[in-house]
Design a binder for this molecule. Structure first.
Ligand code: ADP
Ligand code: ADP
Ligand code: SF4
Ligand code: SF4
Length: 591
């Protein structure tokens, strides 16, 4: 085995741990050795891996969990691609890049996906975990590997990479002006009209970039990437902010790009979409912030199934202690329980938009998914139930207590995560049930000492979900809990919601676009129909089969079940299964 020691210097605080506690407790140092030395200039500890015995004492003693020590198989050393300095994050292996293929990447945040893409797009020269300073050495290191040829072209500037960045919400800060002008400027292949039509951007061409919603920004950014003339395209989380119809649309367009012979690489956390658009995938595993390893390329189906199982067969690696099962809906208890509330017909008229929600009833202990396109009134409906918005017709007069996580989370709270959560309910933070079902799976204890305003989007989402779920209430309303979360965290959140509702006999309504999450979470569905931006109609809650059929009919896509994992898989348009299911009106195969 070979050992890596990683220190998260953002967490390390030598003044607050009693002055380099790790150095003082290290048995090697105590015996006069130098496993840990102090870098006086930067005022921080350095662990010398060659002298460290891997005892783990410093890992446990550091009050800020700043140290990670791992033993990895020695053979991995030769696959070490890049290390961010001494005691920095280590990346092992890279994804393959193939002409005419969409290569999907699936893995938790912080495991080096972006680093890999920066290397493949030439923004980072990989140091090969040493002091490498030339692309020639990289080419030599990858001799015999499919990437050798790729790096040769990259070095000779024969590859021009185009990257669709992850955080599209930052774009208005960097780019000003109208959508039309932005896309005209980007257009190197004379395909402006075609791309605008494919992505349905006609209506927003004359809008200013800064007026666009998250979903619109996503579409415009994808359009700008498609208009460039390049060989290598990278789409980092293309589905964020989009509804299912838009997600499938961009998935088809990304496929089309690969079919024209380009290399496409994509990181995507919506597994149904990743499944739909990729030819092969890599699963990235490791420890976020410490190291990441790209698996061998796998068939999309196998790779996603292995990911759900938490076990990579070829690599013989278990990275999650439990398997994720998709219970067949017919097996799930569908008997109606005690009624929690009957809500009346609710209307909200904004003038330019009108929501008409049919009344319905909610049962104790159930999770109800809310599905429909963007701009159809889902958030408005949830806000009315939460008491944040007043309906124009109908009255919500219930004595129930409601806990609500909005779609857009405000961060004006001044204080740490722990202070915020303990103010809501400190006893839940101590409860072993909440620790094992919610707090630990969502990685909340690691965030306790952080100030709210320094959290990343994904961290803030997890804290907001936790804040919502630890509050005592009869009804929990969560608007898009998957936003900014990776697939692993989406599974953890889904599992936590189900488990809490079942155990506490509470009810939850979840607005969600990630089909696999909706499938995993929901007992029933509320489907929204209408014309986005003009009017929306909410149907009463209905069973999964009926609800999904209704919803997917409007999207025009059919789903089958994977025989091994039971997860839903989108059928390719026009395939035999797609045609058969459409004929039978069975858009969502339950079986
Ligand atoms: P992902 O895309 O999978 O979220 P990244 O490649 O962005 O992962 O980052 C992996 C880890 O590498 C991060 O957790 C961070 O600790 C480290 N890292 C990223 N960029 C740098 C950098 N410029 N300097 C030092 N460490 C970095
Ligand atoms: P969804 O959650 O389905 O995306 P929303 O409920 O957020 O939909 O919005 C539905 C429509 O109502 C949108 O066209 C939106 O612009 C409009 N809308 C939302 N809030 C307001 C408001 N306060 N005033 C006017 N129009 C609004
Ligand atoms: Fe202190 Fe932890 Fe930093 Fe070591 S790593 S100096 S124990 S805060
Ligand atoms: Fe020292 Fe043990 Fe930490 Fe290595 S793991 S640096 S030997 S305390």
């Amino acid at each position: 085995m070979s050992r890596i020691a990683v220190i998260d210097y953002d967490k390390c605080n030598p003044d607050k741990c009693g002055h380099f506690l790790c150095e003082r407790v290290c048995p090697v140092n105590r015996m006069g050795g130098e496993a840990i030395i102090i870098d006086e200039e930067n005022y921080r500890p350095i662990i010398q891996e060659a002298s460290c015995t891997g005892c783990g004492i410093c890992v446990h003693k550091c009050p800020f969990n700043a140290i990670t020590i791992v033993n990895l198989p020695e053979q991995l050393d030769e696959d070490c691609v890049h290390r961010y300095g001494i005691n920095g994050f280590v990346l092992y292996r890279l994804p393959v890049v193939k002409d005419g293929m969409v290569v999907g990447i699936l893995g938790p945040n912080g495991t080096g996906k972006t680093t890999a893409v920066k290397i493949l797009s030439g923004q980072i020269l990989p140091n090969l975990c040493g002091d490498n300073d030339s692309w020639d050495n990289v080419i030599r290191a990858f001799r015999g590997n499919e990437l050798q040829n790729y790096f040769e072209k990259l070095k000779n500037k024969k590859i021009r990479p185009v990257v669709k960045p992850q955080y599209v919400d930052l774009i208005p800060k960097a780019v000003k002006g109208k959508v039309r002008d932005l896309l005209k400027r980007a257009d190197e292949i004379g395909a402006f009209n075609e791309v605008v039509k494919d992505l349905e951007l006609e209506a927003i061409l004359d809008r200013n970039i800064k007026q666009l919603s998250g979903g619109e920004l996503q579409m415009v950014t994808i359009a700008a990437a498609l208009l460039r003339n390049a060989q290598f395209y990278f789409f980092d989380e293309p589905s964020s902010y989009l509804d299912i119809r838009q997600r499938l649309r961009i998935a088809r367009i990304i496929r089309k790009l690969a079919d024209s012979g380009k290399n496409v690489l994509t990181v995507e956390h919506d597994l149904a979409i990743l499944d739909y658009m990729s030819d092969i995938i890599h699963v990235v595993y490791g420890k976020p912030g410490a190291y990441g390893i790209f698996s061998k390329p796998k068939s999309t189906r196998n790779g996603i199934n292995e990911f759900l199982r938490g076990y990579l067969k070829d690599e013989n690696v278990r990275f999650r202690p439990y398997e994720v099962n998709f219970t067949k809906k017919s097996e799930r208890k569908s008997q109606k329980g005690e009624i929690l509330v009957q809500y009346p017909r609710l209307v909200k008229d904004y003038g330019s938009f009108r929501l008409d929600a049919t009344g319905g009833e909610l049962y104790v202990g159930e999770v109800v998914g809310i599905v429909g396109p963007n701009g159809i009134g889902k958030t408005t409906f949830v806000k009315i139930l939460a008491g944040v918005e007043k309906p124009s017709e109908g009255e919500v007069d219930w004595s129930l207590t409601v806990s609500y996580k909005p779609q857009y989370i405000k961060t004006d709270y001044e204080g740490t995560v722990y202070e915020l959560l303990s103010k809501i309910d400190a006893s839940k933070l101590m409860s072993s049930f909440y620790k094992s079902e919610l707090l630990n799976p969502l990685g909340i204890p690691e965030l306790y000492d952080k100030q709210l305003d320094e959290l990343s989007g994904g961290e803030l989402q997890r804290v907001a979900i936790t804040a919502c779920l630890i509050r005592d209430a009869d009804l929990y309303l969560l608007d898009e809990p998957s936003a900014h979360l990776d697939s692993e965290q989406r599974l953890a959140v889904s599992k936590a919601i189900r488990s809490l509702m079942a155990k506490n006999e509470k009810t939850a309504l979840i607005v969600e676009h990630d089909v696999m999450m909706v499938d995993y979470l929901s007992d029933r569905l509320i489907v929204f129909e209408g014309e986005p931006g003009k009017y929306g109609k909410a149907l009463p809650p209905m069973g999964m089969r009926e609800g999904m059929n209704r919803f997917l009919t409007s999207v025009g896509i059919t789903f089958r079940r994977d025989p091994d994992s039971g997860r839903p898989r989108a059928n390719k348009e026009g395939s035999v299964k797609d045609r058969e299911q459409k004929e039978r009106g069975e858009y969502y195969y339950v079986g």
